[in-house]
Design a protein around this ligand. Sequence first.
Ligand code: SF4
Length: 303
Amino acid sequence: MELLEEIRKLKQVRKAVILAHNYQPGQVQDIADFVGDSFGLSRQAAATDAGTIVFCGVLFMAETAAILSPQKTILLPDKLAGCPLADMITAEQLRKLKAEHPNALVVCYVNSSAEVKAESDYCCTSANAVEVVGSIPAEREIIFVPDQYLGQFCMSGTGRELILWPGYCPTHVVITVDDIKQAKAKYPEAVVMAHPECTGQVAECVDELLSTGQMLRYAKKSRSKRFIVGTEIGIIHTLKKQNPDKEFFPATDRAICPNMKLITLEKILWSLQDLQHKITVPESVRIRAENALDRMLAVLPTK
Ligand code: SF4
């Protein structure tokens, strides 16, 4: 309790806001001013008057906030909180792939480094990837990085052939078809929601493939009372809070992102005390990365 009080006081002194991703531990979500998906939080960071943002998530998310809000202080409470999916492609690897496909435009999932975004023509989120890919003229080849499963989801949603990078989220690929079958057998009336970062086999046996933001909206609107959730289990905290009359079951308890769980209340306090760890993006990279984000928003002005 004392710790929570200290965080609240220091937050006021620093004129800071705390943002937490849906996959964060429940107690971190509870202390946050805003909880949401990665791009939604970065836009929230840009919209707030606060000059200091404590970003409870992983590095690429804090970088995205820094791309959109270069004048603000963006803090990541644990500098080791990275994203293995984002780390699966480097800017150099992407440049090489582009050189092999000179006619191609590059769409990169927001779960990528600032340098990779800077090498890309468009960014996308899991919520808008299909629309972004679908907006590209048919005569252009498309390179999609780094998540192969989100790329496959776009291929089936648009009928376009994509040049896929073989990246994947280690947390989502542990969810298996067997997990889904077992959960369905246990809760036959439940709606099965899964994230498009899940494998293609899992995608085929669920009811809805949704981004985290879409899952939250879907669960609220749905008349169903029970849901099987195929994504990182941290979101179940939010789902339960927002829908106290409904039940949510993880497809598997193994779907835990260890990087997301590196953020603790103590680290949030230290982050506010020492203004650590500041995340910045070199201006030359930032401008190009912002262009890719802007092109995404131009396709989808309301998302
Ligand atoms: Fe990266 Fe997957 Fe963890 Fe998200 S859940 S931060 S994509 S490793």
